[in-house]
Design a protein around this ligand. Structure first.
Ligand code: PMP
Length: 322
């Protein structure tokens, strides 16, 4: 779907995937006006195809567009565009545990203009690809990035824009070099409080039974999985608190048994238990570092049962497409 200031949103079409033709002076190539979403279409237990809370993705997309000075796509059009693509591609929606059709709605500025100001022409596109589980079962290991940060106050941390990822890829590469699967970012001001991971939010289980997750302060992505888990935990009588997590306290708390589990959550990762955090001065290990803890396992099952249509959709999160 194209946008121009004079015509508004127009020219919606579904075509086989093909290369885009982009003018070398397109603004996105120079100033990075690009935002995206990550969603999944699931094959439900009864064979129907559904997405999970697409209105939440549409609303975050609007917030990202606003932050980046981009045209706002009406949210019903966002949902309709995703629905129509999934309907066309429905035979590609796999069934089975951890399987889904990954959906990537995104928008770029494609005005041919080198001036430094928000563009007046945009292109909204959705592409799709079948995927399996992001991590194999077991626990992931996470490198604590003490050098790189992902988002500054007043910056674009809360927007889902490509630029945030461009700046954090090197930290992810560093984590791999250190033998870890993922990276954890700390706050940019003090390098003291846990923020989030490269493509996931993070949560911790305490011995007192509460789950703690860092509060959204404008520098963390408003994860839809995070929000869903907060509600699902409440349904089960588990108290979830949004409060700052000090990295030193996390390391000492893992050693003393104050923190018993940790896990990452996001559309791609669903809920991935974390076995250990690693930094130059030592490790914070949960359990034996390999076996997912009981709270993580239980919440993962609750979430995937809702997404896979195996349980009652009490919150109305399942958006059936076919
Ligand atoms: N944080 C970051 C940086 C992400 O890229 C993602 C994935 N979109 C998340 C958190 C989790 O968000 P969601 O649950 O909406 O996928």
């Amino acid at each position: 779907i194209s946008y121009s200031a004079d015509k508004g949103w127009h020219d919606a079409k579904i075509t086989p995937r093909r290369p885009l033709s982009i003018d070398p002076a397109s603004t996105v190539l120079h100033y990075g006006q690009e935002i995206f979403e990550g969603m999944k279409a699931y094959r439900e237990k009864d064979g129907h195809v559904a997405t999970f809370r697409p209105e939440a993705n549409a609303s975050r997309f609007t917030a990202s567009a606003r932050r980046m000075g981009m045209a706002e796509l009406p949210e019903d059009l966002f949902v309709q565009a995703v629905d129509e693509l999934v309907r066309v591609d429905q035979d590609w929606v796999p069934s089975g545990e951890g399987q889904s059709l990954y959906l990537r709605p995104f928008m770029i500025s494609n005005e041919v203009f080198l001036g430094v100001k928000p563009a007046t022409e945009y292109l909204f596109i959705v592409i799709a690809c079948p995927v399996g589980a992001y991590f194999s079962s077991g626990c992931v290991s996470v490198w604590v990035s003490e050098h790189y940060t992902r988002a500054a106050i007043g910056g674009t941390g809360e927007a889902k824009c490509g630029g945030n990822y461009a700046g954090s890829l090197i930290a992810q590469a560093e984590a791999r070099d250190k033998g870890c699967d993922q990276v954890l970012f700390l706050d940019a001001r003090e390098r003291r409080f846990v923020e989030e991971m490269g493509g996931m939010n993070v949560m911790f289980v305490r011995k007192d039974g509460k789950i703690v997750t860092p509060p959204l302060g404008g520098t963390i992505l408003r994860g839809i999985t995070r929000n869903s888990l907060i509600q699902l935990a409440a349904d089960q009588g588990i108290e979830m608190v949004e409060e700052p997590v000090d990295i030193d306290e996390l390391f000492s708390g893992a050693a003393s048994g104050k923190y018993t589990e940790a896990f990452a959550c996001g559309t791609a990762a669903v809920l991935s238990p974390i076995g250990k955090f690693v930094r130059p001065t030592g490790e914070a290990v949960f359990g034996d570092g390999k076996t997912p803890g009981p709270v993580s396992q239980q919440l993962k099952k609750t979430l995937t049962d809702v997404q896979g249509g195996r349980t009652n959709d009490v919150h109305g999160w399942i958006h059936r497409i076919s």
